[in-house]
Design a protein around this ligand. Structure first.
Ligand code: SF4
Length: 930
């Protein structure tokens, strides 16, 4: 008999497997990292992990190439040539840290605000914010101001949470999912898995996006909306729901401020009518008289008009039933026919009210009333930067939250669900602080949520207290700061000059700045004496990004597989609707370079400067490194960065530090989960069992039920100030803007960029979005992912393509009032007719990221950022940010352009001079095992 050779069909992929958390994007999936001979050989998804349940995307598996990247920094660097050229000398860590301290320590003792510390897409903001607070500078923020603060702030002010970290669709039960402006890298694996579940159950998905790629490509219905008009569409849907009488009145009366009376006249007009104790009043149907909303047995009249004081619901009906919000009135501007808008509204109402879900699960609300079942409306929404990165984004995001509340589909079975530690209403968040005392910590946390003009960060003379002018009349609710204004303001010395710019993982000399060429100029500009206008720049990153060349001192970070990290409930956790989760990263391999985890470096710098909380009484460092901090730091007694296995190992959320904590996380796959009891899983803001559960775990210190804010009184307080009332008064030129933008009910106004450029001259909208395969600039240096996106054409819709007579391989000029770029074009038909777009951050500067100087990313890649101004023109010459006037979010997507045919041929323009690479060029082949 012929003998077959014995083949090993399933050889073990590794000698050892270690479980940690992915960082190839911000989703924080669980991964199994396989090692062979102690080196990373292969990465797969962790099937037990709550975020991804074993699913791994292209980026996640390509993490091995990120870990082995030739662009990794190797040693601390000190600048020796002119700033921006990339000429450095390698130095030892001791010299690097001493130099950093020599710049920062004198500032702390004299003028702490002269240090500006801003971080990019890191996941350690509870540490970095605490560090900056201890240092005493008011100038700290992360990247939210140029990301999606509109979404986050609108959610917090409306219902105590928005999307992604805050909550998600009830994927097990929802039947209709509507997605607004979400690029496909966002909440990547969880949304893909959710859409899969929805479709497997026969559920439907409606996508609203000018561009049909990614998630939008698998939608059952696609609305190719004109950029900046999402708010108009949403308010038209609300108009239809009111017109059809399809709103969940019971839900609104029980769980929202719909029945509150709003004062109609007098000094307090626009604020709630309150009793002597300050409790908002409703009109009690039993007596026909006002009564506190929470009085026992009160029966609020939803449509009351009492002595000119109307309920919130009545004001909403009056506003949104107006013809200006009818589908026919908005269809042309939205680019969506009125019958389609009506059809979507009818579908939302049909699924919400005719396919109601009932779970046989009793629960008790905060009023003490027992409910025998949990009822839900299986309609869910999700949205992100597409609707928020406009100058009308805050109000648009608020409109979307109000829409889902009107349908009664928040925190109910089948609807949108919060993830612990959310929900957290605006009142439970801190207010912003900027009280500086040399040699002392700041007087409180930097970032927060103002409840009125009294919480703005202004000096007596009305000038801004922060370098980015966050929390000023220009953008009162800038809860994440305005990182996009940092370099521009520091360069202009407006509101003041700084001495040291300390950045972490923020590529602000390239794709993380509006007006990129100008940002580079400002970073290198000198004063009359020849000194740099921004005297010192310290930059920490893992890779040789474009920003490295602009630093005076570079602190090299590790890769995500070589360090400790903390995905904390104090920060941006990975909760599920049914569980409180957090996670860690840990060094699954040791660095082979002279690099250190940035968080440990930060603690070291803090100890060297003797910052409060970072040294013991004898002056020695309190924490050995970040791992030690993760275990032993306590933000409040018994509450620290990690929730799991506290105390003797039994504590969840609360408990003394446990020296075995990290070991327990590692043994559990790198994460911790604590599931909610069945009766606490829905109606969280009003559910007594959930509130008790959350208090036991340290999420709150006492039960804090609250009502959703259809009508936002904090916004009304700013409007009132704009009318000249109250002790805190805005400058006159901002009164009209405040009156309009701070409307306490969602409103739509055209994006500010629209009104500042002639629509006839700049008829097109230009957008970017991140691809599924890459996460900002990190991916376009990764050899596996570069094979998917090595360059980025400008995608042009069919009609425009034909009008210009474009052919495959053509190039075009794209022109905005800010400037002109020359770029390759490609045709795409699934696109709004008035929109062109490209992938974000593929284009690279020559010499950066250890890429070849003729790499396609530099030859045929490009950034739209060159066309986007950070300031809007102002007739009076004031510095007016190109941002949302409520939150200050960068209005990336307000960009208006025109297109012209250009001579073909690389390189794309502007073509910047090559930087000298501080790391050696990449080898031609990257062999791991010989
Ligand atoms: S979605 Fe992909 S890249 Fe992002 S964390 Fe998950 S596996 Fe990693």
């Amino acid at each position: 008999m012929h003998r077959q050779p014995r083949l090993d069909l399933s050889p073990p992929p590794s000698d050892e497997m270690r479980q940690t958390t992915c960082y190839m994007c911000a989703c924080r999936c669980g991964i199994n990292v396989h090692l062979k001979e102690g080196k990373v050989a292969y990465i797969e998804g962790n099937r037990d992990h709550p975020v991804n349940k074993g699913v791994l995307c292209a980026k996640g598996s390509a993490g091995i190439m990120q870990h082995l990247s030739p662009a990794r920094l190797r040693k601390p660097l000190k600048r020796v040539g002119p700033r921006g050229t990339g000429q450095f000398q390698e130095i030892e860590w001791e010299e690097a840290l001493s130099l950093a301290v020599s710049w920062m320590q004198p500032l702390r003792e004299t003028a702490p605000e002269k240090l500006a510390f801003f971080t990019g897409r890191d996941q350690s903001q509870s540490l970095t914010g605490w560090w900056a607070q201890s240092f005493g500078t008011p100038n700290y923020a992360a990247h939210g101001g140029f990301c999606s603060v509109n979404m986050a702030a609108a959610g917090i002010y409306t219902m105590g949470g928005a999307f992604w970290e805050f909550g998600q669709a009830d994927w097990e039960r929802t039947k209709l999912f509507m997605l607004f402006g979400v690029a496909e890298d966002h909440d990547s694996n969880p949304i893909k898995m959710g859409i899969g579940k929805l479709k497997a159950r026969g559920g439907r998905m409606i996508a609203v996006n000018p561009i049909r790629t990614g998630y939008n490509a698998v939608a059952d219905d696609w609305l190719a909306i004109t950029p900046g008009t999402d708010g108009l569409l949403i308010l038209a849907l609300i108009h239809e729901l009111f017109r059809l009488g399809r709103i969940d009145l019971d839900y609104l009366m029980a769980y929202t401020n719909a029945p509150f009376l709003v004062q109609g006249a007098g000094e307090e007009a626009g604020l709630f009518l309150r009793d002597a104790k300050g409790t908002p009043l409703v009109l009690d149907r039993r007596t026909g008289e006002p009564a506190p909303w929470d009085a026992p047995g009160v029966q609020p009249d939803p449509a009351a008009d009492w002595q000119g004081h109307k309920t919130v619901l009545r004001l909403m009906a009056e506003r949104y039933l107006s013809p200006e919000h009818a589908p026919d009135a908005v269809a042309e501007r939205c680019g969506i026919p009125a019958p389609r808008i009506r059809a979507v509204a009818a579908e939302l109402a049909r699924v919400a009210f005719e396919e109601e879900i009932t779970l046989n699960q009793p629960w008790t609300d905060f009023r003490g009333q027992r409910h025998e079942v949990m009822k839900g409306r299986p309609v869910t929404f999700h949205a992100m930067r597409g609707i928020s990165a406009h100058s009308n984004g805050f109000q648009t995001c608020r409109a979307l939250h109000v829409l889902q509340i009107l349908l009664g589909s928040v925190e109910v079975p089948g609807g949108y669900r919060f993830k612990p530690p959310y929900p957290k209403p605006v009142e439970a968040h801190p207010r912003p602080h900027a009280g500086v005392t040399p040699g002392q910590p700041l007087d409180g946390p930097h970032l927060g949520y103002p409840l009125g003009p009294e919480h703005l960060l202004l000096n007596e003379d009305g000038s801004a207290r922060r370098i980015d002018k966050a929390f000023t009349w220009e953008n009162p609710l800038s809860a994440h700061g305005l990182m996009h204004m940092l370099i521009s303001n520091a360069h202009a010395g407006a509101p003041y000059r700084i001495d040291t710019l300390f950045l972490y993982m923020a590529n602000m000399a390239w794709n993380s700045s509006m007006n990129t060429s100008e940002a580079m100029r400002m970073l290198t500009d000198t004063d009359a004496s020849g000194a740099y206008v921004i005297p010192h720049i310290i930059y920490a990153d893992s890779y040789s990004s474009e920003m490295v060349a602009f630093a005076d001192l570079v602190l090299p970070d590790t890769t995500y597989l070589e360090r400790h990290d903390c995905i904390s409930l104090l920060d941006r956790p990975i909760g599920e609707p049914d569980a409180m989760n957090d996670a860690i990263r840990w060094p699954v391999v040791a660095p082979d370079r002279d690099v250190r985890g940035f968080q440990s470096v930060l603690l070291d710098l803090g100890a060297r400067m003797r910052l409060p909380g970072m040294v013991k009484e004898d002056g020695t460092p309190r924490y050995r490194d970040y791992a030690d901090y993760m275990v032993n730091h306590e933000r409040r007694p018994g509450v620290g960065p990690l929730a799991g296995w506290r105390g003797e190992g039994e504590g969840s959320g609360r408990g003394a530090p446990n020296p075995d904590q990290l070991d327990r996380y590692i043994r559990n796959g790198g994460f911790y989960s604590d599931h909610l009891p069945q009766n606490a899983r829905f109606f969280k803001p009003w559910n007594a069992a959930y509130q008790d559960w959350a208090v036991a775990r340290g999420l709150y210190d006492k039960p804090a039920p609250y009502l959703f804010a259809l009508y936002s009184e904090p916004l009304a307080r700013f409007q009132r100030a704009a009318r000249g009332l109250g002790p805190h008064q805005p400058p006159d030129h901002l009164r009209p803007q405040l009156q309009h933008a701070m409307d306490p009910l969602p409103v739509w106004y055209p994006p500010l960029g629209d009104s500042l450029s002639d629509p006839a001259e700049y008829p097109l909208h230009a957008l970017t979005q991140r691809p599924a395969a890459m996460y900002h600039s990190w991916g376009s240096q990764n050899p596996w992912l570069r094979q998917i996106h090595g360059m980025n054409p400008l995608y042009v819709p069919k009609k425009l393509w034909e009008e210009h007579g474009f052919q495959d391989g053509d190039w075009a000029f794209l022109i905005s009032p800010q400037g002109r770029i020359r770029i390759p074009v490609a045709r795409m038909d699934a696109l709004n007719e008035r929109t062109v777009w490209t992938w974000n951050a593929i284009g690279k500067r020559r010499g950066a990221w250890a890429l070849d100087e003729n790499a396609p990313e530099a030859e045929k890649g490009f950034l739209l950022n060159h066309l986007i101004p950070e300031l809007l023109p102002d007739p009076a010459g004031r510095r007016r940010p190109n941002a949302d006037p409520v939150t200050g979010q960068a209005a990336w997507f307000d960009l208006r352009v025109r297109l012209e045919k250009a001579p073909p041929g690389a390189p794309s323009e502007p073509a910047h001079e090559a930087q000298i690479s501080p790391v050696p060029k990449a080898p031609k082949t990257l062999a791991r095992h010989s």
